[in-house]
Design a protein around this ligand. Structure first.
Ligand code: CS2
Length: 472
C-alpha cells in the first residue's frame, strides 16, 4: 500500500506570514473561521497567526509536525471541496507562557483573538465576573504573586486562558509596545464587554496599575461568529489522504456557510477581513441576538430534545417533527424581539433549516449539549424574559429549559462548569428540583414561581415515544 507524503510547506508552498496575531484556543472552530478569513484577506501575507492550545498540547504538536498547514474540508450537501490553510504560522502549547508573553509583548503583535468556550469567561449566573469560578481564584493568587515577584522569584503559572492573557498583557505594558485589540470569538452576547470584565477582574489580582493600563490600551472588540464545524473523525482523515494525495493528521470539516460580524477598534491595525466577507458594524447587538437565539438556541433545543428522542445528530433531530415543531415555536418567540432593519428573519430561518438539514455534516448533539448552564443563559433566558415582559408565556423558550432538565435526569455523563451543582440539584424532586436547576442558569427566573411551574409543566414533553407537542 502506498503511504501518501505528509502535508508540509514544501509539498504545498504557502507563504509564511510574520506573526501579528495571537490566538488562544487552537481548536477546529478557530481553524475553520478566523484562520480562513485571514487567509482570504487581501493582505494575508502580512498577518500570520500564532495559535495557542487550551488544556492540552496535542493540537499544537500535530499541527507543528506539518508546518501548521491543514486541510479545510468544505462539506456541502452535494460533496466536499478541499483547501490547504496556511495562515497559522506557529502552533504552541497553551502552557508555554514564555512564548505567549514574548509574542503579546512584541510591537508587531496587534491582535489577540479568543475561542476559549463560553464557560471560560468565569461568568456568574447574573453575568458578572465570578472570582470563585473554576481556576479563577488560583489565577488571582498567581497573578498577585507575579506582580510582587522580583528576580529569582519563581514565575507564576496562571492556568485559565484569560489568566494567561493578563500575565501577557502585563508584559506588553512593560515592553511599551502600545495598544492592542482583544477579540472574543465565543458565542456570548456582548462578548467584547464580557471579555473586558473578565480580563479586568483577573487583572485586579495584579493591582490597579495594570487594570488602568488595560482600560487605556486594550480595545475589546465584540464579534458574532458563525460556521458549523463538527469534530473531525478518523474517516475525515482517511478521506483527505485519499482525495488529496497527502496525509494530514488534523484536517477540519466545516459547512460552506460562514459569517463574521465585528464591532470595535483595532488600535494597531487588522487584516482586511471585510474583503473576505466579514461585516464591520457599529451596533452588533441585533446580529448577535439573531445568531445566538435562532442558531444556537435551536441547536440547544435539538441537543436535549433530540437526544431524549434517541437522535445523535442535528440533521436527524431536525427531521423529527416533534423537535422541528419545538424549534419553530421558539423561533416564532425570538422573532418578536428581532425587529431591527435588515435582519430578514424569514430568510435567516429558511437558511438555518437548509444548513441544519445538511446530513453530510454529522454535527453531534452530544457536542452541542455541553456547558448547558452557560449556554442556556444566552440562548433561552433572554427570549423567555422578553416574551414574558410582552405579556406572553415564553413557552417555546421554557421548553428548551425543560428539555435540558429532563436530559440531565437521564444522562449522567454531561460536561458543565456547574456539573457538581447539577448533580446536587438532581437529588431533589419535582418542582424543587426544577427550581434548583433553573437557579444554576438564572437566579431571576428561578425566583419567579410562574416560570418554575411553566417549566415543570413542560418537563416530560420529549420522551422516546412522545408525539409532536401540540403548539401552546
Ligand atoms: C453550537 C455552536 O456547540 C454549540 O453550542 O451551537 O458551536 C454552533 O455550531 C456554532 O456557533 C455555529 O456557528
Amino acid at each position: 500500500m502506498n503511504v501518501p507524503p505528509a502535508l508540509n510547506r514544501s509539498l504545498k508552498p504557502l507563504p509564511k506570514a510574520p506573526v501579528r496575531m495571537v490566538h488562544l484556543g487552537l481548536g477546529a472552530f478557530h481553524r475553520s473561521h478566523q484562520a480562513w478569513y485571514t487567509q482570504h484577506a487581501p493582505d494575508a501575507a502580512e498577518w500570520g497567526i500564532a495559535a495557542f492550545t487550551g488544556r492540552r498540547p496535542d493540537a499544537a504538536e500535530v499541527l507543528s509536525a506539518q508546518d501548521c498547514l491543514y486541510t479545510l474540508v468544505e462539506r456541502s450537501a452535494g460533496g466536499d471541496s478541499f483547501e490547504v490553510i496556511g495562515s497559522i504560522v506557529e502552533a504552541v502549547d497553551g502552557a508555554d507562557l514564555t512564548r505567549l508573553c514574548e509574542l503579546v509583548a512584541a510591537k508587531e503583535t496587534a491582535i489577540v483573538t479568543l475561542t476559549i468556550t463560553e464557560a471560560a469567561y468565569g461568568l456568574a449566573a447574573d453575568g458578572t465576573f465570578d472570582a470563585g469560578a473554576p481556576g479563577v481564584a488560583e489565577d488571582l493568587r498567581a497573578l498577585s504573586a507575579a506582580a510582587s515577584g522580583g528576580p529569582g522569584v519563581e514565575r507564576p503559572a496562571p492556568g485559565t486562558p484569560l489568566g494567561r492573557l493578563v500575565l501577557a498583557l502585563a508584559g506588553r505594558r512593560d515592553s511599551g509596545a502600545g495598544p492592542i485589540a482583544v477579540v472574543s470569538c465565543d458565542n456570548l452576547s456582548a462578548n467584547g464587554e464580557v471579555a473586558r470584565r473578565a480580563v479586568l477582574g483577573l487583572a485586579s489580582g495584579w493591582g490597579s496599575g495594570l487594570t488602568q493600563w488595560i482600560e487605556g490600551n486594550v480595545s475589546f472588540v465584540s464579534t458574532s461568529v458563525d460556521r458549523i464545524t463538527p469534530r473531525t473523525t478518523e474517516e475525515d482523515i482517511a478521506e483527505v489522504a485519499e482525495q488529496c494525495g497527502y496525509s494530514d493528521g488534523s484536517p477540519v470539516v466545516a459547512e460552506p456557510f460562514r459569517n463574521w460580524v465585528l464591532s470595535g477598534d483595532f488600535p494597531a491595525g487588522r487584516p482586511r477581513w471585510e474583503d473576505a466577507g466579514a461585516v464591520v458594524v457599529d451596533d452588533i447587538e441585533p446580529y448577535e441576538n439573531r445568531k445566538l437565539w435562532l442558531l444556537n438556541g435551536s441547536h440547544s433545543i435539538l441537543a436535549y430534545a433530540g437526544q431524549l428522542r434517541g437522535h445523535a445528530t442535528v440533521a436527524d433531530a431536525l427531521a423529527d417533527p416533534a423537535c422541528r415543531q419545538a424549534v419553530e415555536d421558539f423561533w416564532d418567540e425570538a422573532a418578536h424581539h428581532l425587529q431591527a432593519a435588515g435582519l430578514d428573519i424569514p430568510a435567516y430561518r429558511q437558511a438555518l433549516l437548509e444548513r441544519f438539514g445538511n446530513a453530510r455534516i454529522a454535527h453531534r448533539l452530544a457536542q452541542i449539549a455541553a456547558d448547558a448552564t452557560t449556554k442556556l443563559r444566552m440562548r433561552a433566558v433572554p427570549v423567555l424574559t422578553a416574551e414574558r415582559a410582552s405579556g406572553r408565556t415564553g413557552s417555546g423558550a421554557a421548553l428548551m429549559l425543560a428539555a435540558w432538565i429532563d436530559y440531565v435526569a437521564v444522562n449522567g455523563d454531561f460536561q458543565d462548569p456547574l456539573a457538581s451543582e447539577i448533580r446536587a440539584a438532581n437529588e431533589l424532586e419535582g418542582t424543587e428540583r426544577v427550581q434548583a436547576l433553573l437557579r444554576l442558569v438564572s437566579a431571576e427566573i428561578a425566583e419567579d414561581s410562574s416560570v418554575v411551574s411553566l417549566v415543570s409543566g413542560l418537563c416530560g414533553t420529549f420522551t422516546a415515544k412522545s408525539a409532536a407537542p401540540t403548539p401552546l
